[in-house]
Design a protein around this ligand. Sequence first.
Ligand code: SUD
Ligand code: ADP
Length: 290
Amino acid sequence: MLPSPVTELAPAKINLALHVTGQRADGYHLLDSIVTFADIGDRLHFSASGEDVFSLSGRFSETLATEAGSNLVIRARDGLRSLLAAAGFETPPVAIHLEKNLPVASGIGGGSADAAAALRGLLRFWQAELPPADLARLALSLGADVPMCLQGTPLIARGIGEDLTPLPDLPRLALALGNPLCSVSTPQVFARLASKQNMPLPPLENGDWIRILPTLRNDLEAPARELAPQIGELSVLLDGEGSLLTRMSGSGATCFGVFASRAEADRAAARLQALKPAWYFQATTTVSGA
Ligand SMILES: C[C@@](CO)(OP(=O)(O)O)[C@H](O)COP(=O)(O)OP(=O)(O)OC[C@H]1O[C@@H](n2ccc(N)nc2=O)[C@H](O)[C@@H]1O
Ligand SMILES: Nc1ncnc2c1ncn2[C@@H]1O[C@H](COP(=O)(O)OP(=O)(O)O)[C@@H](O)[C@H]1O
C-alpha cells in the first residue's frame, strides 16, 4: 500500500533573548538563548511518488529556486533516509512540496524549521522511528538551530544550540513580526561581534517573564544593525505602535514587538504593512510551553 500524504507546519523560531557567551575552537559561538515558536511558518507536504521530487511555492520561494538541490529539506531527507535504511526501514520515493511563507535568511530560522519539519514529516510518512539520540545528532549536523526547531516548544538553548532545556512556564505572547526584507548573513553578523564573551542568562526559575525579558539582550543586534541600518528604523516603527518590548530575533533582520493582546498585534502589523508595503509584517501568537 502507498504511504498516505502528510502535512507538517514549520513554525518560525523567535529568539526572545540571545546572549553570546564564548566561541569554540572551530569558530562556532556559544549561546544562551530564550527561544519560542510562532503559530505561523512554512508548510511541507509529503506524498507518494514514482521518484523523489522537490517543488516550491509561496511568497519567498523564488530566492530558493536556483539552489533547490542544496535545500535543507533535501539534505534532511537524504540524511534521514540513510539512517533509516541502515536500521532496516523502507524509505520509498517521496514528493515533497515546500510552501515558503517565511522570509529567507531572516533570523527566524526558516531553513532550520523546514529541515526539522522534513524530519518529523518523513518519519510519519515512512512510519519509521529512530533512537532520539540519533535523530538529535542528525538534526545538529543540518544546522545549529535544527535541534531546537525539532523540539518546537519554548526552551533555553545553550552550547551552539544543541543543549536544550524546556521552559514550560513561558507564556503565550502576542507578537508583531517585521522584516525590511534585506537578508542578513548569519556568519557575517557573528564575525562583526565586538565581544564574544558576554554575560550569560541570569537564573530564570519561576520567571516573571514580562519583567525579566526587557532586562535581557540580543548581542547580535548591534552588529546586524551595522550591516542593515533598516533594523533601527523597523524597531522605531514597532515602538511607535505601542510595543511593550521590541527586539531582533537571531542574526536578524526580523524584529518582534510584544503586544498586550493579539488584537493589538494584528492592528500594529496591518498599520505597518500599509506604511511599508514592500516590507514583511505578520502578527502571531507564540506556542504555549505547557
Ligand atoms: C543565530 C541563530 C540563533 O538562533 O539563528 P538564525 O539567525 O540563523 O535564525 C543560530 O545560532 C544560527 O543557527 P543556524 O542558522 O542553524 O546556523 P548554521 O547553519 O549551523 O551555521 C551558519 C553559520 O553561522 C555561524 N554560527 C552559527 C551558530 C553558532 N552558534 N555560532 C556561529 O558562529 C557559523 O559561521 C556558521 O557557519
Ligand atoms: N528551506 C530553506 N529555507 C530557507 N533557507 C534555506 C533553505 N534551505 C537552504 N537554505 C539556505 O539557508 C540560508 C539561511 O536561511 P534561513 O534558515 O532562512 O536563515 P535564518 O536562520 O537566519 O532565518 C539561506 O541563505 C539559504 O541559502
